[in-house]
Design a protein around this ligand. Structure first.
Ligand code: 5GP
Length: 190
C-alpha cells in the first residue's frame, strides 16, 4: 500500500535495528481517516471469503480491527491481556511472548464470542516473530473456528514470523513489508 509506505517513511521513527515506532497514526495517536483506508484495503482483499468475525489483540490491533469490521460488516473481537476473574472457565487462553515488552503475557477470549460457526480474519498492527499471531491462531483452533487469513499493517520480514506461518499454509496479507531497519533507515521488501 503506497500511501502507508510513504507515511512510514515520513512519520515512522526507527528506534533500533528491530523496532519501528508509528505513534502518529497507528500505535498512540490514531488517524481515523487513514485507518479507514487500511480497513477498506483489508476488506477488499478478504471480501469474498465469508468472514464472520475479526479477531485482534488489545491494544494496538483494536483500531485497525474495528475499521476492517466496519468495512466487512462483521463483529470485532479483541483478545484481552487481563483475565476477568469471574469468568475464568469461560475463556480460551494462550500465552504469547511480547517482542517489544520482552515478557510473556496471557491472552483471553470469551467462549461466548467465538465458536465452530465462525470464519475468522485475524488483524494486527505489526508482525515480527509471529508470537502474537500464534497465540491468536491457537485460540481460533481451541474454538474449532475456521481461519480465513491474517491482515497485518506492517510486517518486519527480517524477523521471519510471516515466512514461517506462510510456510504452514496460512494466508497473510501485509500492507507494508520491511526488509531492514538498519542504520535508522526503513527499507521495504517490495
Ligand atoms: P510478534 O509477536 O510477531 O513477534 O510481534 C508482534 C506484536 O508485537 C504486535 O502485536 C505489536 O504490537 C508488537 N510489535 C512487534 N514489533 C513492533 C515494532 O517494531 N513496533 C511496534 N510499535 N510494535 C511492535
Amino acid at each position: 500500500m503506497k500511501q502507508l509506505k510513504e507515511k512510514i517513511i515520513t512519520e515512522g521513527k526507527v528506534i533500533s535495528d528491530t523496532v519501528l515506532k508509528i505513534d502518529s497514526f497507528l500505535n498512540h495517536q490514531l488517524d481515523p481517516f487513514f485507518l479507514k483506508e487500511i480497513g477498506d484495503e483489508f476488506a477488499r482483499r478478504f471480501r469474498d471469503q465469508g468472514v464472520t468475525k475479526i479477531l485482534t489483540v488489545e491494544a494496538s490491533g483494536i483500531a485497525v480491527g474495528l475499521m476492517t469490521g466496519i468495512a466487512l460488516n462483521v463483529p470485532v473481537l479483541f483478545a484481552k491481556k487481563k483475565q476477568a476473574t469471574t469468568l475464568d472457565q469461560h475463556y480460551f487462553s494462550s500465552t504469547i511472548y511480547s517482542f517489544t515488552k520482552k515478557e510473556s503475557v496471557e491472552i483471553f477470549v470469551s467462549k461466548a464470542y467465538l465458536g465452530p460457526e465462525d470464519k475468522v480474519l485475524i488483524i494486527d498492527d505489526f508482525l515480527a516473530r509471529g508470537e502474537a499471531l500464534r497465540g491468536m491462531l491457537d485460540i481460533v483452533l481451541q474454538a474449532n473456528a475456521a481461519l480465513v487469513g491474517v491482515g497485518i499493517v506492517v510486517e518486519k520480514a527480517f524477523q521471519h514470523g510471516g515466512e514461517k506461518l506462510r510456510a504452514e499454509g496460512i494466508r497473510i496479507e501485509s500492507l507494508a513489508r520491511i526488509a531492514s531497519l538498519k542504520d535508522g533507515k526503513v527499507e521495504f521488501l517490495d
